[in-house]
Ligand binder design. Structure first.
Ligand SMILES: [Ca+2]
Ligand SMILES: [Ca+2]
Ligand SMILES: [Ca+2]
Ligand SMILES: [Ca+2]
Length: 264
């Protein structure tokens, strides 16, 4: 869909295969024929607009201590941000088009993410994913004056926003007191105490940031390394290879997220 409501022929794509590929044939239908509507509003209805003010490093995106400001109130050299340049959208999608019922929406919920594009590949998304940090090396093939982010491959692992009911994929980071329990194989005898003679590995598999527990921050470390924002040292690479295929990929991130969510 175009950001200019009424422009073009917005389309609704469904998956054509198990990998989630689509096509412009039977798996593409126009909003018009599906009864999907959206409208735009000039302005911003949010109570705050958080953004980075002074930033020299992509790593700031992951840092609470970076120069975050609320652009609804922050006064820069040219004054306060004018929200009349902001656009807000509301979209109406019939449940039948999504293939769900109202009770499924309230009992299970659905995931949602907005993706913005220009060129062939997404440039931004909400909820935000680190694959969108525009620090990719190289040029956009169709226009060397701008970045490869317009035609790179973005592997998104951030959990979707939830509409209706949460499926548990939105992970709440627990306070420091939380202990991670490890599920042992059934054949192993139950021992309450770890024997002193057995040299236990220093960090649990998945504890990439070596904090002593496996949580969403470890996924972030993997995502940062994949997005070339930071590098993992040798020990971290071993801790990050959660699926044990000897490489650190987005699959390790997904595996850790599933572990945190209690799915695996
Ligand atoms: Ca990217
Ligand atoms: Ca991209
Ligand atoms: Ca950790
Ligand atoms: Ca791996």
């Amino acid at each position: 869909m175009s950001t200019k409501a009424g422009s073009g022929d917005p389309g609704h794509f469904t998956a054509a295969d198990a990998s989630g590929n689509s096509d412009y044939k039977t798996n593409c239908k126009l909003f018009k024929s599906e009864g999907i509507e959206y409208k735009m509003y000039d302005g911003n209805v949010g109570s705050s607009i958080w953004g980075l003010n002074d930033s020299q490093s992509p790593d700031d995106v992951c840092s609470d201590s970076a120069d975050w400001v609320d652009y609804k109130t922050y006064k820069g050299s040219k004054g306060v941000h004018n929200t009349k340049y902001d656009s807000f959208y509301e979209m109406k999608i019939p449940l039948s088009v999504l293939g769900i019922t109202a009770s499924q929406l309230t009992s299970k919920g659905i995931g949602a993410m907005t993706l913005c594009g220009r060129g062939e590949s997404a440039l931004d998304c909400c909820p935000f994913d680190l694959s969108m940090v525009d620090n990719v090396k190289g040029n956009y093939t169709a226009d060397p004056s701008t970045s490869h982010e317009k035609d790179d491959v973005d592997e998104i692992t951030a959990p979707l926003a939830r509409i209706g009911k949460s499926d548990g994929s939105v992970v709440i980071v627990e306070p420091e007191t939380e202990t991670v329990t490890e599920t042992e194989t059934e054949t192993e005898t139950e021992t309450e105490t770890v024997t002193e003679t057995e040299p236990a590995p220093k960090y649990e598999l998945g504890d990439v940031d070596r904090s002593g527990k496996v949580n969403i921050k470890d996924c972030t470390e993997i995502q940062k390394s994949i997005a070339s924002i930071s590098e993992l040292d040798e020990e971290q690479k071993k801790l990050a290879d959660y699926d044990g295929d000897t490489r650190v990929t987005i699959k390790d991130c997904t595996a850790i997220q599933k572990f945190i969510a209690g799915i695996a």
